[in-house]
Write a protein that binds this ligand. Structure first.
Ligand SMILES: [Zn+2]
Length: 200
């Protein structure tokens, strides 16, 4: 294989769920498919990091305009700003949005507390979350971290840090399987998990 093909295969195989064989199949296929596809893919990928970035309010994916990135959820004036849903990753936010029953806004932590991996409370954006609760007059924080050991530990940490602010803390109901990923929960299960949330 030409070094150029090998380089592209190596890059593509760094994507999640893409092994070397699949990457090779992609490259060879792109070489024979319509030329516009690889050109368009290339230009979109090249611009990706210039045009999209984390929303400066919630961490969701947002389009960058005039040096600022504010996502569609944060821009949506019909959202209830008193309800804030805390998730670990953007994937989880997307899964909850797909269920369509969340009327509030979000806060993406970016990671979970994980003593085993050496991730402590100081590594989480707790202060920024607290500021947001205060600034926006949030009355309920829904903790939608996954039902795993790290997800539960993070929920307890949030309760300890945020409860003194006088905000109601709720946790999404199980229904999402223990250790499971919110990303893979179907919209109905996710809707039920949200509707059946309990005090934390
Ligand atoms: Zn946002």
């Amino acid at each position: 294989m030409s070094p150029k093909v090998r380089r592209l295969v190596k890059l593509l195989s760094r994507l999640p769920g893409v092994g070397e064989k699949t990457a090779q199949r992609y490259v060879l296929w792109l070489l024979t498919a319509e030329e516009s596809l690889s050109r368009e893919l290339g230009s979109e990928l090249a611009a990706l990091r210039d045009e999209l970035g984390p929303c400066e309010r919630c961490g969701n994916v947002a389009e960058i305009a005039h040096g600022h990135a504010v996502c569609d959820v944060c821009r949506d004036s019909k959202r209830d700003s008193k309800v804030l849903c805390v998730v670990a990753r953007v994937h989880d936010l997307v899964a909850i949005e797909r269920a369509g029953s969340m009327r509030g806004r979000y806060f993406v932590l970016g990671r979970l507390l994980s003593p085993l991996e050496g991730i402590g409370p100081e590594d989480l954006p707790i202060r920024r979350l607290m500021e947001r609760v205060g600034e926006e007059g949030v009355t309920e924080v829904i903790v939608a971290t996954p039902p795993s050991v790290d997800g539960e530990a993070t929920a307890l940490l949030l309760k300890r840090e945020l409860s003194p602010l006088g905000v109601a803390m709720t946790r999404i109901a199980s229904g999402v399987p223990h250790g499971g990923d919110l990303e893979f929960a179907d919209p109905i299960t996710m809707g039920r998990a949200l509707a059946g949330r309990r005090a934390l």
